[in-house]
Design a protein around this ligand. Sequence first.
Ligand code: C2E
Ligand code: MG
Ligand code: MG
Ligand code: MG
Length: 286
Amino acid sequence: ILLPLGILMAIFTVSVVIWFSRRRLSPLGELKIAVEHKEFVLHYQPIVSLKTGACIGAEALVRWQRPDGSMTRPDLFIPLAEESGLIMQITDQVLDILVRELKPFLNANRDAHIAVNLSAQDIKSGRILPVLQQTLYGTGIDNHQIWLEATERGFMDVQAARSTIDIARTRGHAVAIDDFGTGYSSLSYLQGLPMDALKIDKSFVDTIGTDAATASVTTHIINIAKTLNLKIVAEGVETQAQADYLSARDVEYGQGWLFAKAMPANDFVAFYHKSRRQLDSDVPAS
Ligand code: C2E
Ligand code: MG
Ligand code: MG
Ligand code: MG
């Protein structure tokens, strides 16, 4: 009876020590440990065709799952991760998790894609190129199944961004500009930086049906994307009215709570198949 008791005591002591040592850490210190201990998980938010409702893939969104089980949203730690350079290790872990969780799915569903968020540093340094190559090597996943997205900040250093993006696109990855319209250099670099898709930020989608002036900005963004031959993904779609407005203006894809929130890999795979089965059964028998 003493042996199990001793083990219990030891576990208890170790837990208390860990708890105290973590409590005294700065936010950066905590994040460093999270990176070391790989405390990140991915949720996938479906992206659907506005015309058919079929799911075409998802965006991988990182969460920090602390040892106590609580989830921390990315906007609470990504800025610190970018400031400190830890973001690059987080990007690596995101890609590792993605491959681990969705390798069979992506091999079985060649039309499906997953979009990954890159930081400015991943793009500027070009380091993301060998990382992608190494992570995807031998997995059977096609490069065209992995989309890369980054906010305007990621493309600010146009010269550096261009070579990374050109190479990524040559290898088959699609590149999307994220949160479009929220930055400040919107138009100038878009012309000189060939890309595949543009994601309209939620703040513009929010104005559809409420604020006529800003909603017309949304229409302009759509026109810019069309002119530049970019596919459009509208993010943060919450109402059917917004989906209808966007669809009527030939916006191809939507992402938002109207369709689904971000979810674990298994749930996403089920969502994907269900949306496609529905599609098949909607087709009238001839
Ligand atoms: P984002 O790429 O613009 O991601 C969309 C965010 O909006 C997600 O929040 C998503 O859950 C949320 N969202 C989607 N649809 C709706 C909706 O209908 N209503 C509302 N209210 N919210 C919606 P999340 O997961 O908290 O991500 C926040 C941001 O963190 C992301 O913005 C992205 O910029 C960043 N992020 C997430 N994962 C990563 C990552 O792996 N690497 C990097 N560098 N950044 C990431
Ligand atoms: Mg994104
Ligand atoms: Mg956004
Ligand atoms: Mg976005």
